[in-house]
Design a protein around this ligand. Structure first.
Ligand SMILES: *[C@@H]1O[C@H](CO)[C@@H](O)[C@H](O)[C@H]1NC(C)=O
Ligand SMILES: *[C@@H]1O[C@H](CO)[C@@H](O)[C@H](O)[C@H]1NC(C)=O
Ligand SMILES: *[C@@H]1O[C@H](CO)[C@@H](O)[C@H](O)[C@H]1NC(C)=O
Ligand SMILES: *[C@@H]1O[C@H](CO)[C@@H](O)[C@H](O)[C@H]1NC(C)=O
Ligand SMILES: *[C@@H]1O[C@H](CO)[C@@H](O)[C@H](O)[C@H]1NC(C)=O
Ligand SMILES: *[C@@H]1O[C@H](CO)[C@@H](O)[C@H](O)[C@H]1NC(C)=O
Ligand SMILES: *[C@@H]1O[C@H](CO)[C@@H](O)[C@H](O)[C@H]1NC(C)=O
Ligand SMILES: CC(=O)N[C@H]1CO[C@H](CO)[C@@H](O)[C@@H]1O
Ligand SMILES: [Cu+2]
Length: 570
């Protein structure tokens, strides 16, 4: 790349070149391009007393860490050496005007098929902090994921003292069975996908699980130093509580955006979210446990109730028997108050550009549905011999077999319709009892004019069973201007909106039987998926797509597709 000669390392060595770089390339001259290779392959791992092959990137679980500075570009060359289809998503990166590299299968691209390759380009803009990447095809993301870390730009620094060290903490899951077979079984019979057998911290379940004694992630800490933990919830189906024994945590960032500092004993982190946490080694030498387990609010739904741990060990610790390890105190599994007590404290660091005049008001209800079994899928494995579905505004998303973005760009008709409803077709007491269970199905997208000022109320429902739904919007970050329990009240609730420093996020947990109000400016044209990041809900159809139109100016339009975009044919 032409800009590489002006890379950061080069500039510090030859600082007289800097004005020359600026002259040639403008203020972004110091931006660097980082190249990574992803080889998708099956690799053997042994955990929980058994050995098996899992789908990995470069044979690693979790996968490699991508690192860059604010405003840099990352390229990832993917070669698929498995029989599975694969795509990758850069979770939290906006990909301005460039939806082609966003990743969700059949939304922005056709999958990279067995033996095929594709190069992704990730152009960073204002993202800074911890994000992550993951496969966005079937259940491949269960084992194909890793951190994406963006450091401050060349002339800026962290909005907190430089930490002594930075440690990615990727929370994942482990199944004794083959994860790639789970959706097939769940889909065929319409039942719950099987639960994981363990959670993992940086690939290790920790010594509370069988056969994991030697395999607990351990961080050695120097007395008095401050560490930046870059935490990612990469699990498929559960919100998590996470805490560290006797060490107060300071949250400083979320989803690749800095926050006002929050001091806390535990965090609640949903699938899809990432958090930047500072801790200081200010206790007496010893062994302190960091632990995570689920926050499960869905009534009656099964969940993996096990606990993963990792070890914080002061470098000066004398040999210590396990009995003397300190364990953190985590809230009970179903304590919704503990979840909201934490999330309600989130605030953006700076006073942000919150859209104040909304011109597009949307009201989306999120439901888990139950459908009658048809003759072809009998018997069904859901409750009452029925099958699960999930929906937004009573539309259960049907994934097409061609890319929506390509169909739109090439004027191909018949792949989707543009009639996604702005409101639910029928009003009801969303958080009441005995609600209607069925949904309709379709590949319906919602068209937004370029630069529309959008407010979406995401309303959780008690249809079948309520849950905390972590909703992720691709292509954007949004401001969470309000939230509450029960039904959203359009008269009274907006009076309590925070329009000054609402948290800016890319994945927001819609509280169990509650609502959140999000706002964003539709200034990134493309085809952008919005979905629940609980995998089983997404598989059942809790997804929708925004088609954001081009603006008039050339720099407000979707870029041309890359030449090597995978085809849906051979
Ligand atoms: C976890 O779930 C298993 C299986 O459902 C159950 O037997 C066990 O009692 C649960 N443990 C806890 C601590 O809730
Ligand atoms: C579902 O099945 C029940 C029981 O057989 C029946 O009463 C009901 O009408 C069916 N609903 C639909 C939408 O077919
Ligand atoms: C699609 O239709 C639009 C409007 O009619 C046109 O401007 C554009 O060139 C067409 N694109 C292709 C690939 O045919
Ligand atoms: C909705 O149903 C819930 C649970 O039955 C009830 O507490 C609430 O009052 C109802 N709300 C309205 C507006 O009827
Ligand atoms: C959702 O759609 C289904 C199928 O069309 C219909 O049976 C059901 O009544 C609708 N539910 C609501 C709440 O609108
Ligand atoms: C977009 O909206 C902002 C106001 O929110 C306005 O200042 C700007 O001119 C608009 N841009 C375009 C291209 O419409
Ligand atoms: C892989 O993708 C191709 C192209 O969309 C599709 O025809 C094929 O059925 C997919 N294979 C699997 C196993 O999903
Ligand atoms: C398991 C499988 O199908 N692997 C194939 C993936 O693609 C390579 C070519 O890159 C083939 O050689 C493998 O057989
Ligand atoms: Cu959900």
């Amino acid at each position: 790349m032409g800009l590489r000669g002006c890379s950061i390392g080069f500039i510090t060595k030859l600082s007289w070149l800097l004005p020359f770089c600026f002259l040639l390339f403008g203020p972004f001259a110091a931006a660097e391009t980082h190249h990574y290779n992803f080889e998708v392959k099956l690799s053997p791992f042994t955990k929980l007393c058994s050995s098996k092959n899992i789908l990995t990137v470069n044979g690693q679980f979790p996968g490699p860490t991508l690192e860059a500075h604010r405003g840099d570009k990352i390229t990832v060359y993917v070669i698929n050496n498995t029989k599975y289809n694969i795509t990758f998503h850069w979770h939290g990166v906006r990909q301005i005007r460039n939806p082609w590299y966003d990743g969700p299968e059949y939304i922005t691209q056709c999958p990279i098929q067995a033996g095929k390759s594709f190069s992704y380009e990730i152009q960073l803009t204002k993202e800074e902090g911890t994000m992550w990447w993951h496969a966005h095809s079937g259940w491949a993301r269960a084992t194909a994921h890793g951190p994406l870390i963006v450091h401050p730009g060349p002339s800026t620094s962290y909005p907190f003292p430089q930490p002594y060290a930075q440690i990615p903490i990727v929370i994942g899951e482990w199944w004794k069975e083959d994860v790639m077979e789970i959706p097939k079984n769940a889909k065929r019979r319409g039942g719950e996908p099987i639960l994981s057998d363990a959670y993992t911290i940086n690939g290790q379940p920790g010594y509370l699980y069988p056969c994991s004694k030697q395999e607990t992630f351990e961080l050695t800490m120097e007395q008095g130093k401050t560490y930046l933990l870059r935490i990612v919830n990469a699990v498929m189906d559960e919100d998590l509580f996470f805490g560290i024994a006797k060490h107060e945590m300071t949250l400083v960032g979320k989803d690749g955006i800095y926050t006002k500092q929050i001091k806390t004993d535990y965090i609640m982190i949903t699938p899809g979210q990432s958090m930047d946490i500072l801790i200081t080694a200010n206790q007496s030498p010893g062994i302190y446990i960091m632990a995570t387990r689920s926050y499960s609010s869905a009534f009656g739904a099964g969940f993996d109730n096990s606990t993963a741990i990792a070890i914080l060990k002061y470098s000066t610790t004398p040999p210590t028997p396990k009995l003397n390890h300190f364990f953190p105190h985590l809230p009970p599994y179903d304590r919704t108050e503990a979840a909201t007590d934490f999330t309600k404290r989130l605030r953006s660091l700076t006073t942000v550009d919150v859209p104040l005049n909304v011109d597009t008001r949307l009201f989306f209800v999120l439901s888990v549905n139950l459908m009658n079994c048809s003759n072809n899928d009998k018997p069904c494995a859901g409750p009452f011999g029925k099958r699960f579905a999930a929906s937004i505004n009573n539309v259960s998303f049907v994934t097409p077999s061609a890319s929506l973005l390509e169909a739109y760009y090439n004027n191909v008709s018949g792949v989707f319709t543009t009639d996604f409803p702005e409101n639910p077709p029928r009003k009801f007491n969303y958080t009441g009892e005995n609600l209607p269970l069925a949904t309709s199905f379709g590949t319906r997208v919602m068209v937004l004019e370029y630069n529309a000022s959008v407010e979406v109320i995401l309303q959780g429902t008690n249809v079948l069973a309520s849950d905390n739904h972590p909703v992720h919007l691709h292509g954007y970050s949004f401001h969470v201007v309000g939230w509450g329990l029960g039904n959203f009240n359009p008269k009274t609730d907006p009076k309590h909106y925070n329009l000054v420093d609402p948290p800016e996020e890319t994945t927001v947990g819609v509280p169990n039987n509650g609502w959140v109000a999000i706002r964003f400016k539709a200034n990134n044209p493309g085809m952008w998926l919005m979905h629940c990041h609980i995998e089983r809900h997404q598989v059942w159809g809790m997804s929708m797509v925004f088609l954001v139109k081009n603006g008039f100016a050339l720099d407000q339009q979707i870029l041309h597709p890359p030449h090597d975009l995978p085809s849906c044919y051979n």
